[in-house]
Design a protein around this ligand. Structure first.
Ligand code: BDR
Ligand code: CA
Length: 312
């Protein structure tokens, strides 16, 4: 079978970094490009971090593009309190040598979706949706050409992680999320409801370290850093590797289950801006616009992740 063509839109972030490694380690996927967006840290750092991760995977040939440096209509909110000053705090990593592409990420998204046959490119946004929404706004024809959008964002039963109501990626740019959820493109959502079931444990982190490779060691050290925040906040045993759920879905969808439902984005709430209003019980009468994932086989997910990182 031909590999599935994907574009990863990202704001690395340690869990973004693991997701990128998982994709680059998987022959079922062809990473056409990586588009960086402002989110966990400002754009210059996310564009740099994406290249650090490609080099760590031994893939300096991957095209990395810088995209939007601020949300559509708001001031950027970042998450250094979770990811550290660099976004990839934990291990010391060398500056990347591979170049950043000259084109803007939004132009790359538009040109690629127009150049490929309809239904052949899957978008994997794992940060705020600013790049994707800007591309859809500038080139409304491309939404129908997307095979699928598989995104990490939102929450329903688990509610918020950055405010009581909102998950970080959607909260940072709710206007962008609104455009994407109204685009008509097929959408699969990995909300906190599922990512909070994909927690690291000591044994799972040790398994990465025991691979004895540089990528294995980096994944262990990133998660060591990243989990201190979640352990303190939630009292959980470890941290969720949120963004890897997006890539794992493409590789092994039978690890997940969810419902096709209507999801709307709150953009004007007093306390609830950035909330994904997910009609899990089908009470609104509004048409379904997304597959909202609710459950994961966490052991299977970590088995897949460890087996793939071992290949790098
Ligand atoms: C999301 O926000 C970021 O901090 C993570 O990388 C993930 O994409 C989780 O809310
Ligand atoms: Ca992210």
């Amino acid at each position: 079978m031909r590999p599935r063509k994907i574009i990863i839109d990202t704001d690395p972030g340690q869990d973004d970094a693991v997701a990128i490694l998982l994709a680059l380690a998987s022959p079922e996927l062809e990473v056409m490009g990586i588009t960086a967006v402002a989110g966990n840290v400002p754009l210059p750092l996310t564009a740099k971090n994406a290249r650090i991760v490609c080099e760590l995977a031994g893939r300096p040939d991957i095209k990395v593009f810088a995209g939007c440096d601020a949300p559509l209509a708001r001031k950027l909110v970042t998450a250094e309190h979770v990811h550290g000053k660099t976004g990839l705090d934990g291990p010391i990593l060398p500056d990347p040598r591979m170049p950043l592409q000259g084109a803007h990420a939004v132009d790359f998204l538009i040109e690629t979706l127009r150049a490929e046959a309809p239904g052949c490119v899957t978008l994997c946004p794992i940060g705020p949706l600013t790049n994707i929404a800007t591309a859809f706004r500038r080139a409304p024809d491309i939404a129908q050409r997307v095979q699928e959008i598989v995104l990490m964002g939102g929450a329903y039963f688990e509610v918020g992680n950055i405010t009581p109501a909102a998950e970080f990626n959607i909260y940072v740019d709710p206007e962008a999320a609104e455009i994407v959820f109204a685009s008509g493109a097929p959408i699969t959502v990995m909300p906190l409801d599922v990512t909070h079931k994909a927690l690291t444990t000591r044994a799972r982190i040790d398994a990465f370290r025991a691979l004895g490779t540089e990528p294995g060691r980096m994944v262990a050290e990133w998660t060591d850093f990243f989990e201190r925040f979640d352990i303190a906040k939630y009292g959980s045993e470890g941290a969720p590797l949120h963004d890897s759920c997006v890539i794992a879905w493409l590789l092994q969808p039978d690890l997940f289950s969810g419902r096709r439902i209507n999801v709307e984005i709150e953009t004007t709430g007093t306390y609830s801006t950035g909330m994904t209003v997910a009609d899990w019980w089908g009470v609104s009468g509004r048409p379904a616009n997304a597959l909202f994932i609710g459950d994961i086989d966490a052991d299977g997910f970590y088995r897949l992740l460890t087996e793939r990182i071992a290949r790098l």
